[in-house]
Design a protein around this ligand. Sequence first.
Ligand SMILES: [Zn+2]
Length: 520
Amino acid sequence: MLRGFVHARIWNSDATAFLVEDGRFTKVGTDAEIQAELAAADETVDLNGLYVYPGFADSHLHLVGLGFYLSMLQLSGCRSVQDIQELVKKRLEQKEPWVIGRGYNEDNFDSKRRPLKADLDAVSIDVPIALTRVDGHVMVCNSKALELAGITEKTDIDGGAIDFERGVLEETAMNLVHKAWPKPDADTIEKYIRTGMKECNRYGITSVGSDDFVTLNEDYRPILAVFSRMAFQQSLTVRVNEQCEFASLEDFRQFLEDGYTQDTGDDFFRIGPLKLVADGTLGAHTASLSVPYVDNQGTMGYECYSTEDLNEYIRLAAYYNMAAIVHAIGDETVDTVLDIFKDVVLPGNPLHHGFVHCQITRPEQLQEMIRMQLNCYFQSLFIDYDASILESRVGPELAASSYAFRTLFEGTDASNGSDAPVEMPDVLKGIQLAVTRRSLSHPQAAMNPGECLSPKQALESYTAAGYKAFDVQDRLGAIQEGYLADFAVLDTDIEHCEPETIAKGKVMMTVMNGETVYER
Ligand SMILES: [Zn+2]
């Protein structure tokens, strides 16, 4: 099918019209230049002066997790433990085998008190209830859920923590519950993927770096199989660069021995780097810091792997020509990983090893990332909430060199994303936050303005930089003849509008592989 698009304002281009066929841009030019060929087109879309951008690339999120999240009990609107209890009570009426919820944040409660086992037992002791905090790194369970997960007061776990009395699980301890809840079948996994993709398309996203393998339980194979089938059927509406996370070194070894490595796949679903989660989050006080948390002197957070295991994962990946990208939020974890990268990363970083998040950083660490040319996957959307807690958690000195997005963007290969479902994948909100570094939900809260991106840089962080991270910049990320026809149509000139209004812009249409996948 030949489609013509006319009367467009194309970002970074003098062209105003283009033709699309077989999933690619076949001609890009002025309306006059395209005119003669429109007669042969099956369809001509008049964009009426709207703004066209390359399809946005969200360089790190969890597509299956996003679909799963949107299908489960939503707790982000809760302002108290009682709110949570009310919602759980209501959900129980649906008579599901488990009540699984996510999204509460005790920082939004007047009491600042997090929900505990007793609060959930008060609602039900018969139906298992497991609720995950907004950041995905802490979970609270009722007695029944702990019982089904086989957790007792004696259970001990590496890389996580269990507070049995309160029913609170951190990091790897949550896997015990993930293993216990009902295993989704292929249809359910596909439903989650479709739900996640639909949400991405609404925001103009057509490519994602997505970490999915251990979202629902510990076995990566069912999710790999569903993605592979959907790619073959061309039913994916975002291109997926899989950031492969595993439950164990044995699983990773098996995956490699089965012949998978970076770049296996096609332009719909491709195996990307190995993803490792090396510490927790700032919100939950589980990110591993080099100093105690200012607002909780009893903890410095902790790392989720032993240094030996981390080392083995990263070396194994490199041996099979696969990059390792490591979730590191605290500066202590950044130190640990830099120390390993020092011996593994080749000059110029040809495999694209890197960091996901790299939030709390010291100046010399930033210099080391630049020297090694590491890839950095940051999330400017996190500024919205973290600007209100950063200084109170880590103090002014460490805060000043943290969330150093401009330093990273200008010095390394850094790209932007949402980490959805931690944040919804709202690209325009992410661009505004990168440009202003001022919270939208806590208007008094802001971060070091020296690290603001220009609007152009922020747009690039969601386009060219993402495609470079996925190593597909020779065919994606531009409205250009021969490139794959992925683009977003907006009602706003993001580069030149008032920065405080960027997030109010609207996505009018999203096109992936030449086909309209979202229309407002
Ligand atoms: Zn993530």
